[in-house]
Design a binder for this molecule. Structure first.
Ligand SMILES: [Fe+2]
Length: 371
């Protein structure tokens, strides 16, 4: 593994050479595809990932382990296909800035209108909170007319505030707001603490998002200080640690394994948001060679008082600010976190951005009518 500081995963494997060669071939194919966009190379990449997972079967002897790996293979392939679609549309000539984030703000007028539009949604989630419903999905609303109106308003604001032009510089693409969610974070929700609170690292919940090419933004609708869940990012993270592409893929897939429709779901007692909250699950993950091992939510896994923890915290940029403050970031390439409330509460809009589609609203209406 090409890392400057050791990630918190244990090395435990042989057949390293064979695997390393496969990974090198994989990276070369990927570099080729980013330039050539060739269908042939795409096919080779999809074959190569099968070879990698075929070799990884050597790590698992029992039936449950094999199912675990099969699920990891399926989710990794799904993410890989989405990544390849993104690389296919990406302009390889444009140089992306090193740090994939910036801060801005929406206008006072937009903030005022947003508060009116979202008044009912805010009342609903506040009521949920008062009734003791503290799960994140119960304190979030992301659909309905008000949310659609907020999305339209954000598109107008981002155009005039210059956020879209800054985004183009960051991503190389014309983007638009494709959705948003109103989210209330409260001090009663402590999902970011490990079950043994004392062992919670300072880096808890630092994570990378799954989908690449889909930047996000967060707009505060309440004042945010150090204590009520400021959003934060890690600057220059490549100077701290580096992962290869397969690690990135497995890191983004691992959180889905053994959940929902899994055949081995009953083996695990997953903790909300925490990939390795279950000991049985972590044991299966540990059987993988470290050259492919990664967890996109690895902030939970960092050892307290380690050098990695220290470096990450030193490089953390914390965004406090007044309502209207907006931070835009590519969540797949920048470690980030937010909503970890020590005291008080935070009301914010989580904003999803996507490649600008011509006649977006017309197409959306047509899709709605067809369904
Ligand atoms: Fe995220």
């Amino acid at each position: 593994m090409d890392s400057k500081i050791e990630l918190p995963y244990i090395e435990n494997h042989s057949f390293q050479n064979e695997l390393t060669s496969l990974l090198d071939e994989f990276e070369m194919l990927l570099t080729d595809f980013k330039k050539s966009k060739s269908d042939e190379v795409r096919k080779c990449i999809l074959n190569k990932i099968e070879e990698v997972f075929d070799l990884l079967q050597k790590c698992y002897e029992n039936k449950d382990g094999k199912i675990f790996l099969d699920e990891l293979r399926d989710y990794s392939k799904k993410i890989l296909k989405n990544d390849l679609d993104y690389f296919n549309r990406l302009n390889t000539n444009s140089q992306k800035p090193k740090n994939q984030f910036f801060e801005s703000k929406i206008s006072r007028f937009s903030l005022f209108i947003l508060k009116i539009i979202l008044f009912k949604n805010k009342s609903k989630i506040t009521k949920n909170f008062q009734n003791g419903n503290l799960k994140r999905e119960e304190l979030t609303t992301d659909s309905g007319i008000a949310i659609n109106l907020a999305t339209i308003l954000l598109n107008i604001d981002f155009k005039f505030s210059g956020i879209f032009s800054s985004l183009k510089k960051m991503t190389g693409e014309n983007m638009s707001v494709v959705g948003c969610a109103l989210e209330l974070s409260t001090q009663e929700s402590k999902w970011w603490l490990l079950s043994d609170k004392e062992k919670t690292p300072k880096t808890t919940y630092l994570h990378l998002d799954e989908g690449i090419g889909n930047p996000k933004a967060i707009t505060y609708l309440s004042s945010v200080s150090q204590k009520n869940g400021p959003f934060s990012v890690i600057k220059n993270q490549d100077d701290i640690f580096k992962i290869n592409y397969i690690q990135s893929l497995i890191g983004r897939a691992i959180g889905q394994v053994g959940r929902q429709n899994s055949k081995i779901k009953n083996l695990f007692n997953h903790k909300y948001h925490q990939t390795f909250g279950c000991k049985n699950f972590k044991e299966l993950f540990e059987l993988l060679p470290s050259i492919v091992k990664f967890n996109s939510h690895f902030g939970f896994d960092v050892k307290p008082n380690s050098l990695l923890e220290q470096k990450l915290i030193q490089n953390e940029i914390i965004f406090t600010g007044m309502p209207g403050k907006t931070v835009v970031f590519d969540g797949s390439s920048v470690l980030h976190r937010g909503g970890l409330i020590i005291e008080g509460e935070r009301l914010a809009l989580q904003i999803v951005l996507g490649k600008k589609e011509q006649f977006y609203y017309l197409n959306k209406i047509l899709r709605y009518v067809k369904s």
